[in-house]
Ligand binder design. Structure first.
Ligand code: ZN
Length: 239
């Protein structure tokens, strides 16, 4: 094992045995590390107080070269602390999604870092934050929705959204693919969200939850990722 010091965000913690935890963090380069943190469930643990999900920390650990062995945390120091506790669905969602990204990329780190400010901001609408997290995740994963014009023929006369075709479609194309139909405000919300005109989506807040539900299905169908997966939430059941 070689000893490494790196900076990053703590994105998961899971109880392990009586006194230990398994922690996950993503560093500035978008590499994720999973480490055994010995004794962090003891009251006397110095590391425990630094281990809050969302904290930006310096991690000192022994990296396991053998994939069958686990890395071991030596020491962790908080550089930037988030205000805990946070009971916001958007915060859980962001952490769940960043944990599910597979390939290391600096874009993954930026995805987390850039969205952390809105998901932890109590005055920012929680559902609006969820929508932005889901849209940015779609973009990052290459499953963005096409909203410039009709996804099939290029017409500007948009009729409705079609998730199966991954974009908005026109009246003509709708006639041939009319298995999905959404209200006007829903379609407008999709348009402004994927155009990243976030200031303009507040008027459509009655469609926030229906679009959150649809984007979760879209992610499941496109990537095979279950979002709001029940088992994930025990990562957060901490004091
Ligand atoms: Zn068309």
């Amino acid at each position: 094992m070689s000893q490494i010091i790196t900076k990053g965000f703590l994105i998961a913690r899971l109880d392990h045995n009586t006194f230990d935890e398994i922690i996950t963090f993503i560093n500035d380069y978008g590499n994720k590390f999973v480490c055994l943190a010995k004794g962090t469930r003891k009251i006397s643990s110095k590391n425990a107080r630094n281990l809050q999900i969302g904290n930006y920390c310096e991690f000192n650990f022994f990296l396991a070269r053998d994939p069958n062995k686990i890395s071991r945390l030596v020491k962790v120091n908080t550089i930037k602390q988030i205000h805990w506790p946070i009971y916001r669905t958007s915060f859980f969602l962001l952490n769940e999604l960043v944990n599910k990204l597979i390939y290391p990329s600096i874009k993954n780190f930026n995805f987390y870092k850039n969205l952390l400010s809105i998901v932890t901001n109590p005055s920012f609408d929680d559902k609006k934050a969820q929508l932005i997290v889901l849209q940015k995740f779609c973009k990052l994963s290459g499953i963005e929705l096409f909203v410039n014009k009709c996804v099939l023929c290029g017409s500007n006369k948009i009729k409705t959204m079609n998730f199966n075709l991954k974009g908005l479609i026109c009246q003509n194309c709708f006639k041939q693919n009319n298995n999905e139909f959404y209200p006007l405000n829903f379609n407008k919300l999709v348009y402004f969200l994927f155009k990243e005109k976030y200031d303009l989506i507040d008027n459509f807040n009655n469609c926030f939850q229906p679009l959150i539900d649809q984007l979760i299905i879209h992610i499941k169908n496109s990537l095979g990722i279950n979002v709001f997966y029940q088992k994930f939430f025990h990562f957060y059941n901490k004091k």
